[in-house]
Design a protein around this ligand. Structure first.
Ligand SMILES: NC(=O)c1ccc[n+]([C@@H]2O[C@H](COP(=O)([O-])OP(=O)(O)OC[C@H]3O[C@@H](n4cnc5c(N)ncnc54)[C@H](OP(=O)(O)O)[C@@H]3O)[C@@H](O)[C@H]2O)c1
Length: 264
């Protein structure tokens, strides 16, 4: 049973993962080791009992699972620095955007199980959508990684060729949803609410709408049908939004983001 986790790169995502694993009790604080060069910013994790170090290899030596969470441009150098310590019995999970499993294999020249995971910023509150793919992983490793990320939100297994699409829909998707909510707030203010009340109503309404789909497994149009009275105000507004290109602009935006990530 895997127990000790080393998080290499204790930035936004690395610390959010550590905090989520401790909060959900998936790991005991003393079973997590987190690294970065400037460890002063990891004080609050240290106070919770998480081991903090600037020595990647020392962290890996103690761990059986390694989560790589450095910036994409730092990944090759960091992997080169830790490859000797990465025994084949260890399990590597990379959350680094855009670095493929083949690229990792080329640097490591090892046969350890490798995972790529694409979470989003809601991982900070254990509400991430995390897309996962893997290479050489057995059933036990796969179950372990799925349960690790399930404590941090929802998980779906995908083919690696869909990782860019997962980045757009799942990770950039947070930004698209924020724009929808921001626009709702602006509309809400124009029809009479103060900003704070409009923000609460818009955010909770979006959350409730998403929960309806997640919990009931319904299609959005089924839920829309329940809100649209014939000749009513909902359908009048919805149709006007569509005349203005609402769905089309979202689809075009998603495709534009995808074309950009595919090109870069
Ligand atoms: N944020 C997200 O929501 C999100 C979602 C999906 C994927 N990702 C991916 O996750 C990765 C991390 O993103 P982030 O937002 O957490 O970036 P970040 O805040 O910049 O974190 C990266 C961390 O790596 C540390 N680091 C750099 N060189 C290191 C080394 N040699 N050894 C150990 N640590 C080192 C840096 O700290 P020092 O400079 O102190 O060493 C920094 O804290 C990126 O590849 C990103 O594409 C992020």
């Amino acid at each position: 049973m895997r127990k000790k986790i080393a998080i290499i790169g204790g930035g936004n995502l690395g610390t959010a993962i550590a905090e989520g694993l401790v909060k959900s009790k998936f790991s005991k604080p003393q079973d997590i080791i987190i690294t970065k060069r400037n460890i002063a910013t990891l004080r609050s994790l240290k106070e919770k009992g998480v081991e903090v170090t600037d020595d990647n290899n020392a962290a890996i030596k103690k761990a059986d699972t390694i989560i790589l969470a450095v910036k994409p441009f730092q990944a090759a150098e960091v992997l080169n620095g830790i490859k000797k310590e990465l025994a084949n019995s260890k399990l590597l999970i990379s959350v680094v955007t855009g670095v493929t499993m083949t690229e990792m294999d080329e640097v490591l020249k090892k046969t350890l199980a490798v995972f790529r995971a694409m979470p989003n910023t809601a991982i900070a509150i254990q509400e991430s959508m995390t897309c996962i793919c893997s290479r050489r992983a057995d059933a036990a490793d796969t179950n372990y990684v799925n349960s690790l990320f399930t404590t941090l939100g929802k998980v779906v297994t995908i083919d690696e060729k869909l990782m860019e699409a997962a980045t757009i829909l799942g990770a950039c998707g947070t930004a698209y949803a924020m724009r929808y909510i921001r626009a709702s707030i602006q509309g809400g203010i124009e029809i009479g609410f103060d900003a704070a009340t409009a923000s609460l109503i818009a955010a909770q309404t979006a959350k409730g709408a998403a929960e309806l789909l997640l919990q009931k497994g319904t299609h959005p149009e089924q839920e829309i049908d329940k809100v649209t009275t014939p000749k009513g105000c909902t359908i009048a507004g919805l149709n006007e939004m569509e005349h203005q290109g609402f769905s089309s602009s979202l689809i075009k935006g998603i495709v534009a983001s995808y074309k950009k990530i595919a090109k870069d």
